[in-house]
Design a binder for this molecule. Sequence first.
Ligand SMILES: C[S@@+](CC[C@H](N)C(=O)[O-])C[C@H]1O[C@@H](n2cnc3c(N)ncnc32)[C@H](O)[C@@H]1O
Length: 174
Amino acid sequence: VKREKQVFVLRLSHRPFRDKRVTSHVGLVARAFGADGLVISVEDAAVSRSIGDVVERWGGDFSVSVERDWRGYLKRWKGLVVHLTMYGLPLDEVISDVQSVTGDVLVVVGAEKVPPEVYKRADFNIAVGSQPHSEIAALALFLDRLFKGGGLRKDFEGKTRIIPSANGKFALSD
Ligand SMILES: C[S@@+](CC[C@H](N)C(=O)[O-])C[C@H]1O[C@@H](n2cnc3c(N)ncnc32)[C@H](O)[C@@H]1O
């Protein structure tokens, strides 16, 4: 059953040598906070493998795909495009407008300087505070607001599941 809103994250300008860890974390946060997939514009087996390993063990339907022609991908994208940038409009001011649009959402985050065409293509340029910080933090907050906290309550039905505990580490494995 297709959920009402599918959310994908497009990570631009991934530099395999420098950005491996941050891009992996963008993917892990996307998954853990309720998104459906990560799109990277540069093939990086280490990123695909690390996220794939987590999905295999911890569950959920989460894809990692490579779109070398990210400009074409952005052009073809039929849903909403949200670009997270400190230069955008404040998250609190626009999140209800984003929520009210039906259809899929592509969330774009950068690494180095994001080309001006992305700002133009985006339906919403959104700032998570107007200070420079991190694509990982910006994504986490945006998804949490978008899903009104529901992303964190998602049941991943994984082979391994944590039993929340106040004072220990407990998990079940199939
Ligand atoms: C480390 S920043 C570098 C941005 C780059 N210097 C530029 O001018 O585009 C990498 C990414 O983090 C995200 N980011 C950083 N601060 C943000 C903020 N305050 N609000 C929203 N996104 C932010 C953006 O997606 C940005 O492309």
